[in-house]
Write a protein that binds this ligand. Structure first.
Ligand code: GCB
Length: 604
């Protein structure tokens, strides 16, 4: 990934050396707006031919140098004597989107390289441009079209794209992706996590066709400073970029035209009287952006999120976040979730809990869940996989984290549901870690000054019963997230009754995790580990304790559903599942689900 890392470094260098204007920062990113009306998109999902290549033989030659005749050339023997030692067309298939682990038994524990190939035909008319867009590939991707390298990407949960205008042919195109999910100490996340390292092209791939001059990206949001002003920017790409850009919201009769500068960039702002988006009334407006050559539209909600003192305030009103954490694991089917149906099941469970909020742990989830949350009125905490013991001193690691943060923010910047960006989870205190995270938060604020910043922190005891929140990183956050496992890793459930909480921050606190493992259907008394009764008991004691936590403004217990983890090896109980779900891997609700449901009902 060296040349890629270099590219990231150059891109980030450009970003930080440009004046501190959020608008200018945005304009430099390589993001490409997708999932909008008015764009021609051609999905490349479905069956891809794949070659499992644990020794990376298709990439390196026998002297371990990158080969210029690797599998990406998709060679065929030229005659009967020719030696070619692979054949995509005779190889097994894998579905895209999807992880490879749950598609083929032999790949369940596989960590390494798999080559993917997809053939397609495409008639691109003159004067049109074409991009190939990947929702996510875990972890590293090197992408080739018709034997030419398009580029590389690092990080398993965010989108990327490459232009293929000059390479695409009418017939016989072959798109090849080298996907590698080997873990490495300097990666983000690092080698040690509590979730399955699902590999593959885990999200949709599509071709996106646009005119020569096209709307590359935009940000349209309610101004932070005013309740009746829309602020944002539009970036067009192509030639002769100084052109008119019209913003329209037909429902309120808004129409305003702006002129892009020579770089195709323009700040937009206009007065607008809008009905605010909220969980009770998730109002979305059709927003149209039109240039001379393109007209695209999508549904956007407008809302204001801020903290006032120790309150979280949505549209001027205090809100308590009744939530749950979730991994991106497909309900019942298992494996990585990626579809609207997966998202709908998960968010309906949140509604059933009487919740208004979900923490999408521990990495950016598929865009479908964020879009659906906009429709359904569920607030989101979105996070990057800066998890546990990242290499704080490694510059490359920092740039990688920063790049993943950028890609997450750029993808979801127009989503009203997203109110919190989280930059880290349970990271151990140290000077280097503070420097790393401080830089990351400063950068996030420049990218998006309209949302709140948070992180899941840890606490410590000053005596047997007093817990203190004094992580110095709290100073840089708007909202303090806090993970605690009183009653599970830390004593028995009734320990919570005696705990006294102190915090050095006059800021809202969200208990971002607490929980206990329970095997659905396993019963015992309230002190029998792994039983549904133990988990339910723990929830009852936790709920009792919550009232004593100063500045508490929300919670997202761990976790909505059981999820796979190689760390969880107790036979007959865990079998490589983290069992802290309120719902089993088969979709069956455990007792604790109803306790939380009732608690959220009472808060209403
Ligand atoms: C945590 C982590 C989460 C784990 C959880 C657990 O604190 O943030 O990723 O899965 O604990 O179950 O231990």
């Amino acid at each position: 990934m060296n040349s890629h890392s270099k590219k990231i470094r150059i891109a980030i260098f450009l970003l930080v050396t440009i004046p501190n204007l959020c608008s200018v920062l945005f304009a430099q990113s390589s993001s490409l707006i997708t999932n909008v009306e008015g764009r021609t998109t051609y999905p490349l999902d479905g069956d891809w031919q794949t070659i499992v290549d644990p020794y990376e033989n298709g990439y390196y030659n026998y002297r371990y140098q990158p080969s210029d005749n690797g599998y990406f050339m998709n060679q065929k023997p030229k005659d009967k004597s020719d030696l070619v030692e692979y054949d995509f067309d005779k190889s097994e298939l894998l579905k895209v989107p999807g992880d490879w682990n749950t598609q083929r038994e032999k790949l369940f524990l596989y960590e390494g390289t798999i080559w993917y190939k997809k053939d397609f035909e495409y008639h691109l008319e003159k004067g049109r441009r074409l991009f190939v867009y990947f929702g996510a590939v875990n972890y590293g991707a090197i992408v080739y079209l018709n034997g030419t390298k398009l580029g590389e990407h690092e990080g398993g949960f965010t989108p990327f794209n490459f232009e293929v205008t000059s390479l695409v042919k009418k017939k016989d195109n072959f798109l090849v992706v080298k996907v590698d999910n080997k873990r490495s100490r300097e990666f983000v996340p690092t080698v040690n996590t509590d979730w399955w390292n699902y590999g593959g092209i885990t999200r949709s791939v599509s071709l996106i066709e646009v005119p020569l001059n096209f709307i590359k990206d935009y940000c349209i949001q309610l101004s932070k400073a005013s309740n009746n002003e829309i602020r944002g920017w539009v970036q067009v790409d192509g030639k002769d970029l100084r052109q008119n850009i019209t913003l329209r919201i037909p429902e309120i009769g808004l129409e305003k035209t702006f002129v892009a500068n020579d770089n195709g960039y323009v700040n937009v702002n206009c007065k607008a009287t809008l009905e605010f988006w909220s969980p009770e009334m998730p109002k979305l407006y059709e927003v149209i952006i039109e240039t001379q050559s393109e007209k695209i539209s999508e549904r956007i909600g407008f809302r204001k999120i801020e903290t006032i003192g120790d309150n979280i305030v949505l549209n001027g009103k205090r809100i308590f976040l009744k939530g749950i954490s979730a991994h991106e694991e497909a309900p019942v089917r298992g494996g990585r979730a990626y579809s609207m149906d997966d998202a709908r099941t998960m968010l309906q469970w949140v509604k059933e809990l009487n919740g208004n909020y979900i923490r999408l742990a521990h990495y950016p989830h598929d865009e479908s869940i964020v879009r659906l949350a906009d429709e359904m009125g569920i607030l989101i905490w979105a996070e990057i996989p800066v998890y546990w013991t990242i290499l704080w001193n490694n510059e490359q690691t920092f740039l990688n984290a920063k790049n993943q943060l950028t890609e997450m923010i750029m993808r979801d910047k127009n989503r009203a549901s997203v109110i919190l960006w989280s930059v880290a989870n349970e990271t151990p205190l140290s000077e280097e870690r503070l420097i790393f995270l401080k830089k990351l938060t400063e950068y996030a604020r420049k990218l998006d000054g309209t949302r709140l910043l948070t992180a899941a922190l840890e606490h410590h005891y000053v005596n047997d019963t007093t817990v203190v929140i004094d992580d110095p990183f709290g100073e840089y956050l708007d909202v303090i997230g806090l993970n605690e496992y009183i009653g599970w890793y830390d004593g028995l459930p009734d320990k919570a009754d005696k705990i006294h909480w102190e915090t050095m921050y006059e800021k809202p606190i969200i208990i971002s995790e607490f929980g206990a493992d329970a095997l659905q259907g396993y019963h015992g008394d309230s002190l029998t580990r792994w039983s549904e009764e133990y988990q339910a008991n723990l929830y009852e004691h936790q709920i009792g304790m919550l009232k004593k936590i100063p500045h508490l403004q929300g919670l997202s217990p761990w976790i909505l559903a059981d999820f796979r983890s190689p760390r969880r090896n107790l036979p007959g109980i865990q079998d490589q599942w983290n069992r802290k779900g309120l719902i089993s891997d088969k979709g069956i609700k455990k007792k604790a689900f109803y306790i939380l449901q009732q608690f959220y009902q009472q808060i209403n």
